[in-house]
Design a protein around this ligand. Structure first.
Ligand code: GLN
Length: 483
């Protein structure tokens, strides 16, 4: 696969009349077709050609569009009018969106063309993109391995060159972890930076839409387009939304703190990539040190005790009456029971049950309320760490891509894959996974990611850092073997 052009380059080419939105759409669709065995996309957008037409006319009329004609895919939990939004679930297999999510609408306004919808773990619950009703997504670096999750399809669309950028959602790591496992960038913005309107809710206090890309410039471009206040999402922040990537000069004097708790239990390749990254930062004039955040040992427990109760409440709406699947029954109760039994997969059912249990009277104080206290402590400890450091760093995942099926029968092992990412969502912070190298496993090269965490609303610092790291050659993108 030739190194694909970036979104910024494609938009410039369209604006200069060197190519057309239609030509780019055709290329993306051809690439989607050739990489079909990876199962990155759940559906193609039936209105894509119409969108390309509209963009071509706007460009002709002289409109300056930051994403002129750029093909993109969005995760299948992001509503786009007239497309199926299945959330990887049998429950929504037939659901067609009657409206468009704010983030997707902003892409369209900026001139992007939505090629299709990306595969995902059912209702974004998972770390491997194996639980989708549309079947698993494969890792382009090794087809026997998972691409990470839950936004695995969005990650693979970019890693395998279908589109230069894509959108996923990150509740506990679902953008950063698949980015790491497929060798690209994945950004989880500050909570409230990007509107959640039209994103199908999993755990509303943690969910955030974020971009995948192959360059710091594209990340900055995408975030600038999708960020910003939205009267339809009350948690959306009123904050400036123009972002730019940095240069190596920006790294000088930057104080980078490695979180000590993330240093144990990693594979040798992950440790090596982290150390190489720190070395490169020091070489560029950054100051590195270590910081301890002891409460992180409770992050996984607290995260799942908050995410599952929120999920149990959010998923109550799938009752067979309004959205998607409806299985008839003798009475309303039987119809609801049958619909939820057949519509939801095992992991979703497990989470609804645990979530309901954790919220029930008598257990609320022991579980949900205690988890909320841990959440607050973690946020406080992050703030304390940011007194000594501008940015914190950890591996994105303790290991590179694991084999398909390896963790499907052990939910706790699957949950543990998020050990480095969930705390960031609990604290509402922005974090970026940077492609940082490779680990050779059984003769196969697998990508490894390093995660940078910044204070709330310091999203731009992460883009500055990414641009600087690119400038000093510390980012390792690579191109997967032909699908
Ligand atoms: N793997 C985590 C979970 O299953 C995170 C998923 C996500 O970020 N959507 O909850």
């Amino acid at each position: 696969m030739p190194a694909p052009l970036s979104a910024a380059q494609l938009a410039r080419a369209v604006t200069a009349g060197e190519t057309t939105p239609h030509a780019l759409l055709e290329q993306a669709e051809a690439r989607a077709h050739r990489t079909r065995p990876l199962n990155a996309l759940v559906s193609l957008n039936p209105h894509a050609a119409q969108q390309a037409d509209l963009v071509a006319r706007r460009v002709e009329a002289g409109e300056a569009l930051p994403l002129a004609g750029v093909p993109v895919v969005v995760k299948d939990n992001i509503n786009v009018t007239g497309t199926r939004t299945t959330c990887g679930s049998r429950m929504l297999e037939v659901y067609v969106s009657p409206y468009t999510a704010t983030a997707a609408q902003k892409l369209l306004n900026a001139g992007a063309v939505i090629v299709g919808k990306a595969n995902m773990d059912e209702f974004a619950m998972g770390s491997s993109t194996e639980s989708s009703a549309s079947g698993p997504t494969l890792n382009p670096w090794d087809h026997a391995r998972v691409p990470g999750g839950s936004s695995g399809g969005s990650a693979v669309a970019v890693a395998a060159g279908i589109t230069p950028v894509s959108l996923g959602s990150d509740t506990g790591g679902s953008v950063r972890q698949p980015a790491a496992l497929t060798g690209i960038y994945g950004l989880k913005p500050t909570y409230g930076r990007v509107s959640r309107y039209g994103l199908v809710a999993y755990a509303s206090s943690l969910d955030q839409i974020g971009p995948f890309a192959r360059s710091a410039e594209d990340l900055a471009l995408l975030l600038s387009v999708i960020a910003g206040p939205d009267p339809r999402d009350a948690t959306c922040l009123q904050a400036p939304t123009a972002f730019r990537a940095g240069t190596p000069d920006d790294l000088r004097g930057l104080r980078v703190g490695v979180i000590r708790e993330s240093l144990g239990g990693n594979t040798p390749g992950v440790d090596a990539a982290l150390q190489a990254m720190l070395e490169a930062l020091r070489g560029a004039g950054a100051v590195t040190g270590e910081v301890s955040i002891p409460e992180l040992s409770h992050a996984i427990a607290a995260y799942y005790l908050i995410a599952m109760p929120e999920a149990s409440s959010n998923l109550a709406r799938y009752d067979g009456m309004v959205y998607g699947l409806r299985v008839p029954g003798a009475d309303v109760t039987e119809a609801m029971t049958l619909t939820r039994e057949r519509g939801f997969g095992r992991e979703v059912q497990r989470r609804i049950m645990i979530g309901t249990y954790a919220l029930s009277s008598g257990y609320y104080d022991a579980y949900y309320s205690k988890a909320m206290k841990v959440r607050r402590l973690i946020a406080q400890e992050f703030n304390r760490a940011f007194e000594a450091f501008d940015v914190l760093v950890t591996p994105t995942s303790p290991f590179p891509a694991f084999r398909r099926g390896e963790k499907t029968s052990d939910p706790l092992a699957m949950y543990a894959a998020d050990v480095d990412t969930v705390a960031v969502n609990l604290a509402g912070l922005p974090a970026l996974s940077v492609p940082a190298g490779f680990e050779t496993v059984g003769g196969v090269q697998l990508p490894v990611g390093v995660q940078f965490i910044a204070p709330a609303l310091s999203d731009e610092l992460l883009l500055t850092l990414a641009g600087g790291l690119e400038g000093i050659g510390a980012v390792q993108l690579g191109t997967p073997p032909e699908a």
